[in-house]
Design a protein around this ligand. Structure first.
Ligand code: PPE
Length: 306
């Protein structure tokens, strides 16, 4: 999805012009994947722009860094303030927010410890990740021939740039085969997640999702969906999911900050069907919450005051 340039990017505590938000070609992260990042959305509400679960995302950023001994030189509160400032200065009503902390320019070689940790935050307007049509009618997915990396290869709890080459391989394979997105199995053959989304399966009205131990990222949207489902009286059960569970599901949906709540209508030629009632109910609640239309969940909204 194309990025629409805005005026300013936050880099290591300063606001710089969009075109000057560049890094050196010898930045460690470019060569070795030593960056941790987040994807966050800010939605337009009747009380102005509100960032959804901003603190939780930035806390996960810190945790991702911790796994790789990368101490982020800005506190969560400083990064919250920077995000607010950036949204205001770029005059955005809604946007995607991409903070990244990465090993920058210094030495070359696998050990990153002599390299600085640079932190940047960029914002831009971003529409539906898998398309508007996908939100309404669902996507077609395939099961990837690429397995998800397991916890002893790259910990799934870390949202680390280097790990995404695994997602890239699966996404490219899916798109070349004519699908919208790929579901990845772990090395035991259980469902882990999609290339940038967590997966939920509905069968006989019950909602299931793989446990984090299956190799999925602890998605913040996954957690939001679990809370919505519980509040609707239909709590999510964590369960190891096999590929046949996907083929036999009544409904499947995926979720993530970028993808929001997107129905899945087909998997490898097996028709799952148009978005079902459970998916639709969760999706519409999700959109109401992020747009500030449900006061019960105001705690999750981080209003950007003008
Ligand atoms: N799994 C993966 C692999 C993943 O990348 C994401 C987010 C999720 C699950 C859902 O996590 P959460 O956003 O906390 O609910 N993927 C982000 C990046 C997508 C991209 O293309 O870049 C996102 O959704 O912003």
């Amino acid at each position: 999805m194309p990025v629409q340039p805005v005026e300013k990017v936050w880099m290591n505590g300063e606001l710089v012009d969009w075109e000057n938000a560049t890094v050196h070609v010898l930045s460690h992260a470019l060569h070795y994947g030593t960056g941790v990042f987040e994807g966050i959305r800010c939605y337009e509400t009747s009380q102005g722009p509100a960032v959804f679960r901003l603190r939780e995302h930035l806390e996960r950023l810190e945790r991702s860094g911790k796994i790789f001994m990368m101490e982020i030189p800005f506190s969560v509160d400083e990064m919250i303030a920077a995000t607010h400032e950036l949204i205001k200065v770029n005059k955005l009503k809604s946007c995607y927010v991409r903070p990244i902390a990465f090993r920058g320019y210094g030495e070359v070689g696998v050990n990153p410890e002599a390299n600085p940790v640079d932190v940047t935050i960029a914002v831009w307007s971003w529409g539906a990740y898998l398309g508007e049509e996908a939100l309404a009618n669902g996507v077609r997915m395939t099961i990837s021939s690429w397995r998800r990396h397991d916890p002893n290869i790259i910990p799934p709890a870390a949202k680390v740039t280097g790990a995404y080459i695994n997602s890239v391989a699966a996404k490219q394979e899916a798109v070349h085969k004519g699908f919208d997105e790929a579901i990845m199995l772990n090395s035991q053959g259980f469902v882990a997640e999609a290339t940038g989304e967590n997966i939920f399966v509905v069968r006989d009205g019950e909602i299931f999702t793989p446990p984090l131990a299956a190799g999925s990222l602890g998605g913040i949207t996954r957690n939001t969906v679990a809370r919505i489902a519980a509040d609707l009286g239909n709590p999510v059960t964590e369960m190891q999911i096999q590929r046949s569970d996907l083929y036999l599901a009544d409904e499947i949906f995926c979720c993530g900050t970028a993808a929001e709540v997107t129905p899945v209508r087909e998997i490898d030629g097996r028709v799952i069907g148009p978005p079902g009632p459970v998916t639709q109910e969760i999706q519409s609640k999700y959109f109401a919450i992020v747009r500030g239309e449900d006061e019960k969940y105001y705690d999750w909204l981080d209003f950007v005051s003008s």
